[in-house]
Design a protein around this ligand. Structure first.
Ligand code: SF4
Length: 345
């Protein structure tokens, strides 16, 4: 039984509104300006947490966390050069390139995830942009996951409109395509594509009627203003902000260009979660890569700040994740329960 949510009055954030922020790909009036988001990030910590909790309680059942599982169905050998990613063929890492998994293997993995409590199964493939024949194979994998009664999500790189439509026809619920960081920091992270390419794919996904999963990574050497810039992009996406917002804390993988980045202050990570919650009240805010290094106490603060989804399972594409037993123990310790609710109040 889902808990009844009482509408709570949300204390307004008294920040003067301006509309002169340059946002890539937006001609619309902004829901949130860069200045407003910066001001939120700079609030005293307790005040920010208070505001985030009010927004969270007004829109979501308290104490529920979505469990999603992510499987790399085609690993490594990617022609892109995302500076955080060990799957890029441009960097020497321990990742070995593998071919696309067979439907039977995916079926087995999705079944195991469902038995462990996951309601959403995400499949990642290290492509710059899938070919049409890859889309046909992915459609079969999507049908496999849907056949188990789970939500299906995929992250396959850049898509054209007809490819997004084919994935929708196969039953895809969510497409993940992260903006990674602010537009003005993007070229520090990846040089093989442009920010506008990301927005183009997000638009194709939206137009196909697939829900959008889009977030970013912090701890890549960006400034707080860049973090505000990422959140501004997400919160102002048109026609609406993403349904799912995965926030990653950089996993510094040896061999990648960002391996020596200074780690983000854990309180700054929690601040990002809280501001995502305030600016995107109905989005699932997902703790994604980097949970292992955050530890239990910081994850607990993230849940307080409004995170209500985690990736579950001992591996996240190719980097480590807390094991399922450790996650179950943490949720129990905090009085959190796996969610039954898929949409906000
Ligand atoms: S993040 Fe994705 S697109 Fe970038 S290198 Fe890794 S697999 Fe390729």
């Amino acid at each position: 039984m889902t808990q009844q949510v009482q509408e709570q009055p949300v204390r307004p954030v008294h920040i003067h509104r301006r509309s002169d922020t340059a946002l890539v790909g937006s001609n619309h009036e902004l829901a949130w300006t860069l200045e407003q988001i910066q001001a939120l990030l700079e609030l005293p910590f307790h005040e920010l947490m208070w505001q985030a909790q009010q927004v969270h309680h007004a829109h979501w059942p308290a104490g529920e966390v979505e469990l999603a599982t992510l499987l790399s169905v085609k690993t490594g050998g990617c022609p892109e050069n995302c500076g955080y990613c060990p799957q890029s063929a441009a960097f020497e890492t321990e990742v070995q390139a593998e071919k696309l998994m067979a439907p039977a293997e995916v079926h087995q993995a999705a079944l195991a995830a469902r038995e462990a409590g996951a309601t959403r199964f995400c499949m990642g493939a290290a492509w710059r942009a899938p070919k049409d024949r890859d889309i046909e194979k992915m459609a079969e994998l999507i049908r496999t996951v849907k056949g188990l009664g789970m939500q299906a999500c995929a992250t396959l790189g850049m898509l054209d409109a007809h490819q997004a439509q084919a994935l929708k026809a196969a039953g895809l619920d969510y497409y993940n395509h992260n903006l990674d960081t602010a537009p003005d920091y993007y070229q520090e992270v990846v040089s093989t594509r442009a920010y506008q390419d990301r927005l183009h794919t997000l638009s194709a996904v939206r137009q196909a009627g697939i829900s959008v999963c889009c977030g970013g990574i912090v701890g890549m050497g960006e400034t707080p203003v860049h973090r505000a810039g990422l959140i501004a992009q997400l919160a102002n996406l048109q026609p609406s902000y993403p349904e799912s917002v995965p926030i990653n804390s950089l996993v510094r993988v040896p061999g990648t260009p960002l391996a020596d980045s200074d780690p983000i202050d854990p309180f700054d990570f929690v601040r990002v979660i809280a501001v995502c919650r305030i600016t995107m009240p109905k989005a699932r805010i997902r703790l994604s890569a980097g949970r292992k290094q955050l530890g239990d106490a910081v994850q607990a603060l993230c849940f307080l700040a409004g995170a209500n989804s985690i990736f579950y399972g001992d591996k996240l594409l190719v980097t480590g994740n807390p094991d399922a037993d450790a996650d179950a123990a943490l949720l129990t310790k905090l009085g959190l329960v796996p969610c039954k609710t898929t949409t906000p109040a």
